[in-house]
Each structure stands twice: as C-alpha cells, then as structure tokens.
Design a protein around this ligand. Structure first.
Ligand code: GLU
Length: 295
C-alpha cells in the first residue's frame, strides 16, 4: 500500500493563528497515525501580500509546535509555468474566457441590478456575487476597445460548459469523499455551478487559488486533504478541475473552525490570537494544544 500523503498549506500573507495551529496539528497527527508523509506548501500566489518574512515566521511557529515536514517546501510562486500550462489545456477546450470587468464594475452592476429589480443578485457559497458577464455590463464595443488597448483581463471558467465537459448531470452528479474524525466516510454531492464562472487565472498572476491548490495537491501526490470547514464548499470546484484536468481524487476531511473572541471565524487580522504573540506571552506548545481543543 502506498503511504498516505497529507499537507499543510498556509498563505504567507500574515501570521499563523490558533485556527492554523489546529489544522497543522491535525494534519501532523493524521500523517503520523497512518505512517504517512506530511508536506508543507506555501500558497503565495499573491506576490504583493506574501513575503519571505511571513514564511519565516510561519516556519518558526510550526517548528515551535514540534511539527516537522517531509521533503522540501513547495512555493506556488515558483510554479507559475505549470499553472499556465493547465490554464492553456482548459483554454484550448474552450472552457475559459477572458473577463474584463474590474471589481468596482462588478460591484456597481450588482448594486444597480439589486436597486432596480429589488431582488438580490445570486451569490456564491462564500457570499461573493456571481460574475455578471462582460457583454451585458460593457457591451461589445467596449470589450473590443479594451482588447485593443491591451487592458488586463482575468480568465474565468465557463461553468456551464465545464460541467458539461466533465459529464456532470443530475443523473450523474460529481461527488467527493468526506471523512470525519473517526474515519467514517460519506459521499458528498458537489454543486460546482453554485460558484458561477470562477476565476481560473487572475489579472496579475497566471492562476487562482482554486487552480493552484488543485494542481499542487496532484503534483505533490497528496492523498488526504485535511483543512478547515471554511473550504468545504470550494471542494466542489476542486473536484470539477480534477475531472477536467485528469487529476487523481484525494480523500477530504474538513475540520471545525476556532471561533475568535467575537464568535466569528479567526482571521489573520486577529493579532491577539497569533501564535507568536501567545508564545511571547509565555504559552507553551502543550497549552496551544489545549487552547485548540486537542489537549
Ligand atoms: N492556503 C489556504 C489557507 O491558508 C488553505 C488552502 C487549502 O488547504 O486548501 O487558508
């Protein structure tokens, strides 16, 4: 039997907090229990917000927690050519299109629609508005003008075509395997269409979170994806990309999140729960385990 492969994949755009500690510790425990491997990946496609200093701080926190990784760290920023290749595969099959709308234009189109119709614009599982489409908002002449002047564009997945190309239908839905803490498996039905035409390559870099995470898990031979519950719905997009790109399907487990002092999800801006702040205040790794409910 091949050894299970787990990974911890933080973004070095801030400091690790207790939620990350839970994720890293669960991955470490699962990999050890299965005599598997644990890999470290830096999800640093956002080359302006991610810095070597945050990567160094993250690695210091993980070492302090007593977590060691197998093999070298994979940095997404060093693999843009691989993402570009995957995007081209999708593009050659007519599954992606150039999307010109800026964030401000999307916001305005959605607000105008909601004000004039009095009905909410459809949103994705994270609450972001679905892409309104260039033609209806800009018109063909403006699209042509932007194309001519070389305005920056993102590449978006044509979700309807992508689902058709992947052979997804109500009779043959896409699914993934979710396991719980005791290893019990359930098969979850995916609804990638709920995400609309997701970004596949951003304006500034030749990939997006969804594409990079999916491709990397395959490239790194990850067999078990163990991450926060906040990424449960995004798995539907990742499964779709796996089918379209002919990539293997890992097993998933989405763990509970650690609420912040205000009861909401922890974020990197919750400075007081940063691991290094807790360490400086005298907390021990054992106390961190207790704080995340692994005591
Ligand atoms: N980089 C993501 C984060 O820091 C995790 C992505 C994943 O585990 O799939 O939230």
């Amino acid at each position: 039997m091949t050894r299970p492969v787990y990974r911890f994949a933080p973004s070095p755009n801030g400091l690790l907090h207790l939620g990350h500690a839970l994720s890293a510790l669960l991955n470490d425990a699962a990999a050890r229990a299965a005599r598997g491997k644990l890999l470290l990946r830096m999800e640093d496609i956002d080359t302006t917000r991610c810095t070597p200093a945050f990567e160094a701080a993250i690695r210091a926190d993980l070492a302090w927690l007593g977590i060691t990784f197998d093999g070298p760290v994979r940095r997404q920023s060093e693999h843009f050519d691989e993402y570009h290749e995957a995007v081209e595969l999708l593009r050659n099959r007519g599954l992606v299109y150039r999307a010109w709308l800026t964030r401000g234009e999307i916001r305005k189109a959605v607000a105008d629609h909601e004000a004039s119709r009095g009905t909410p614009w459809p949103r994705d599982p994270d609450g972001a508005p679905l892409y309104p489409g260039d033609l209806t908002v800009l018109g063909q002449a403006e699209i042509d003008r932007r194309e001519e002047e070389g305005a920056p564009f993102a590449l978006r997945l044509d979700m309807a075509r992508a689902c058709a190309a992947a052979g997804i239908s109500t009779r043959q839905p896409l699914t993934f395997t979710e396991t719980d803490a005791d290893g019990r498996e359930t098969r979850v039905t995916c609804e990638p269409a709920a995400w609309g035409d997701v970004v596949i390559a951003r304006k500034d870099v030749p990939t997006s979170y969804h594409l990079a995470v999916t491709l990397d898990d395959a490239r790194q031979g990850v067999t078990h994806v163990l991450r926060g519950r906040d990424l449960f719905a995004a798995t539907d997009v990742h499964r779709l990309l796996q089918v379209l790109l002919g990539l293997p399907e890992p097993v998933y487990r989405h763990h509970r999140l650690i609420p912040g002092p205000d009861g909401r999800k922890l974020s990197k801006s919750n400075g007081d729960t940063a691991l290094c702040a807790l360490r400086e205040a005298g907390a021990t790794p054992a106390e961190i385990r207790t704080m995340v409910g692994l005591g």
